[in-house]
Design a protein around this ligand. Structure first.
Ligand SMILES: C[S@@+](CC[C@H](N)C(=O)[O-])C[C@H]1O[C@@H](n2cnc3c(N)ncnc32)[C@H](O)[C@@H]1O
Length: 189
């Protein structure tokens, strides 16, 4: 799959396209991350805050992994499901829920694109359906950190534009790209 972002983003309605540059993972980044996370066929990869599904859709179309995207905004989950169905992408599932209801033991690898930052940086909101609250930034980051802490040794994680607040001390940085904004992690102990 070798598609330019300007072309890929046309699958979305205009208001979702408008949010792409700031909020949705670029295709090339999604491919790199997905290849690292889904290194074995059928690997269950969870996108923590799936937005309009771009990371999961690109990952599912370019690897043999199975991608799960959890997203709090119902409207975005609906769009993601529609696109997967329309393009017959079957190795993906979109879940409309808050991440703090998700047990990470059901998944094998994780992707995180600074999802909780909207609670502390209100300069370019996706929409106005979520009331930003810095308390939520810390609560959600702590929840993810606790869940990742309990994953098995060898678990892979990729973060993009993260402040690393959600990464437990038992994960090791194994590589980085995009001037350090894309980080590849593995659970060491
Ligand atoms: C920066 S976007 C990334 C979207 C997608 N992962 C991608 O890379 O294309 C972050 C998304 O996380 C979602 N999000 C933020 N907090 C969440 C939470 N507590 N539970 C579920 N989704 C959340 C937001 O609604 C937003 O759609």
């Amino acid at each position: 799959m070798d598609v330019k972002d300007a072309v890929f983003n046309k699958i979305y309605p205009p208001c979702i396209q408008a949010a792409a540059e700031r909020h949705w993972t670029p295709v090339a980044v999604a491919k790199l991350a997905a290849e690292y996370l889904a290194e074995k066929p059928g690997k269950k990869v969870l996108d923590i805050g799936a937005g309009a599904g771009k990371f999961c859709l690109v990952g599912a179309a370019s690897t043999n992994g199975f991608f799960y995207g959890v997203e709090q905004r119902a409207s975005l989950t609906k769009i993601s499901r529609k696109i997967a169905e329309k393009h017959d992408i079957t190795n993906v599932e979109f879940i409309n829920s808050n991440i703090n209801k998700i047990n990470f033991s059901n998944y094998e690898a994780f992707y995180f694109f600074n999802s909780f930052f909207e609670n502390i940086d209100t300069s370019s909101p996706i929409d106005h359906t979520i009331l930003p609250d810095s308390y939520l930034y810390h609560t959600y980051s702590d929840y993810v950190k606790e869940q990742l802490y309990k994953t098995p040794v060898g678990t892979r994680l990729v973060t993009y534009w993260s402040k690393w607040d959600e990464i437990p001390g038992n994960f090791e940085l194994v590589d980085s790209a995009c001037n350090g904004f894309l980080s590849f992690w593995e659970k060491a102990s």
